[in-house]
Unconditional design. Sequence first.
Lengths: 249, 185
Amino acid sequence: MAAEGTGHHGPMEQFEIKKIIDLDLLGHDISFTNSSLMMVLAFAVIVGYMLFAMRGRALVPTRIQSTAEVVYEYIAGMVKENIGEEGMKFFPWVFTIFIFILVLNIFGLIPGNFAVTSHIIVTFALAAMVWLVATFVGFWKHGVSYLKLFAPSGVPLWLMPIIIPIELTSYLIRPISHSVRLFANIMAGHTMLEVFAGFAVLLPWWGKIAPTGFMVAFTGLELLVAFLQAFIFTVLTCIYLNDAVNMHH
Amino acid sequence: MFAGTTMLFAVAAEAAGEAAHKGGLPQLNPHTFETQLFWLVVTFLALFFVMSKIALPRVGEVIEERRDRIKRDLDAAARLKDETDKALADYEKALADARSNASGIAKDTREKLAAETESERHRVDEQIAGKLRDADSRIAASKSKALSAIGDIANDTARAVVEKLIGQDVSSDDVKKVLRPVAGE
């Protein structure tokens, strides 16, 4: 195959973790990798953007300040809508989740960059954090009666033996569905892009046009997916928190 | 087109082969988990700290302040509008008062003038009535004087007639005596 001739570039190679600086902490590998670089860059860009945008703290905002306020109000609105005024305690945390995932997703789309959120371990860690926080808040706020979440009121008694296992399973599976949705979307999109980039490289000039055009269009779609998946992850975080805070089902 | 489709399968097959060759997807290589988790925790916590302690309070403050400011301005506007409404109501009330005052004065004046006219008319009527009474009494006096004069004329005439008839002078008293019953006295 021609690809073997060039020596590398399978569509999965983009997901390889590559060490930049070898680091070791008490026998644990904490090397600074392409993934770590993206996370640190995302941190720096988000902090830089927020502080730069709000540097004037103007009553009549500048354009960049307006954008920061729009993101703020957007997430604040989402939290209030899903959890209520009480949910604003969690707002900084929800905001951090949203903007971190959003920026990591978008960074991943820049050619040559590494998509941190295409790794299940990262999305699973985030989802597990959400699940643990929600579960902890639920028991802390409602005590043992938080378990009533699995036995919704208004369901006939004879249905309980069926409903309770279903509810329990769906609750326990949340961190998996929550994390796989994000990971699979980002990974699938990046794989598609790489596959078509492979065509564009391999085909003769008249064959390059179609896959290149497709990639341009598909990059636009992926930009939408990058936002949408960050949005969905955040909305689900709010919904899980709402279960914990209000026990509405 | 056909070449493209063939190529797609070839690349996909190669990708699968390569992944299998290297021991699965890079995502499923547990050797990379520790470093990813470590840096995720570090960057996420750092980001959470900066957002919750510095960045978000700044945004919140500005939005809050703007909301307060707008609310204050709206309140002030509402207060000024109330004041304007009150001033307008006062003005209209004053106007209405003045109007009713004016119409009251006009009414009083009209009534006073009417009363004056009435009393004047009354007085004139009275005067006329007095004059009429005087005239009446004068007429009555003239009438009775005329009537008594008629008696004398009748006496004189009767005396003259009797004298002519009988050729004898008759005293005026006798004529009077005779005529009295005729005159109905």
